[in-house]
Unconditional design. Structure first.
Length: 199
C-alpha cells in the first residue's frame, strides 16, 4: 500500500452510521523524554486500551514511549499491531512480540497503514515524527477525507504551547472553528477514551 485511500479512512458504515471504535492508534515518541511521567502515562494508556478491549496500533518500536504503551497493552493481553519501516527494523528497534508486525518500505506507507488499521487517534508526547503524524491525520479530516477523532493526551503541560499555537491560528483566521475542533485535548486516560468514543 503506497497511497492514502479515503475509503479506508472513513469510519462510517455502509448505512452512514459510525462504526464502533475497535482499534486506537497511538502516536508517541521513540525516546522516553526527560520526565518519568511520560512513560507512566504511556503505560497507563496501554493498560486501559487492553483492559477496555481496544486494539492498539502504533509505530512498532520497543523503545521510548512506544515501548511503554505497547508493553503495557501486551502485559494485559491486549491486541497490539505495530507498523514500522524496514530501515528501523534494520536498526533493531522493532518490537517482535506483538500480535501483528507490519514491515513497510517507507514512512509514507507506515502512516497510511496505521491510519487504515485505526478508528481513532490518541497522541502522547513525542518529537518531529509525532507532530507530523498528528497534523497529517488532522489535515485528512480537515479536507473531508476521513472522520476519525484525534485527541492529545497530556497531563504534564507538554502540549500547552501547541494548543496555544492552534488557538492563535484560529484567532488569526488561518483555522476555521470546525478545523480547530478536530484536535481535542485530554488530561487523563478516562477523558481521552471518552472523547474518542463520543465522536
Amino acid at each position: 500500500m503506497t497511497d492514502f485511500d479515503p475509503a479506508d479512512a472513513n469510519p462510517a458504515g455502509p448505512d452512514g452510521t459510525r462504526r464502533a471504535i475497535r482499534r486506537i492508534c497511538v502516536f508517541c515518541g521513540s525516546t522516553p523524554g526527560r520526565r518519568a511521567e511520560y512513560q507512566t502515562l504511556a503505560e497507563e494508556l496501554g493498560t486501559r486500551l487492553a483492559t477496555d478491549g481496544f486494539g492498539l496500533v502504533y509505530g512498532g518500536a520497543h523503545v521510548g514511549t512506544m515501548g511503554a504503551v505497547s508493553g503495557a497493552a501486551l502485559a494485559r493481553g491486549g491486541e497490539v499491531i505495530g507498523v514500522i519501516p524496514q530501515s528501523l527494523v534494520d536498526r533493531e528497534v522493532a518490537r517482535h512480540d506483538v500480535t501483528e508486525l507490519h514491515v513497510v518500505d517507507t514512512m509514507h506507507e507506515r502512516k497510511a497503514l496505521m491510519n487504515q488499521l485505526s478508528d481513532a487517534f490518541i497522541v502522547l508526547a513525542g518529537g518531529l515524527g509525532t507532530f507530523e503524524e498528528l497534523f497529517e491525520v488532522a489535515t485528512w479530516s480537515h479536507l473531508g477525507l476521513q472522520s476519525k477523532p484525534v485527541v492529545l493526551l497530556d497531563r504534564s503541560g507538554y502540549f500547552d504551547p501547541l494548543v496555544t499555537m492552534l488557538d492563535h491560528a484560529l484567532a488569526e483566521g488561518f483555522l476555521k472553528p470546525a478545523s480547530r475542533a478536530l484536535i481535542q485535548y485530554a488530561t487523563d486516560v478516562d477523558q481521552a477514551l471518552k472523547l474518542v468514543s463520543s465522536r
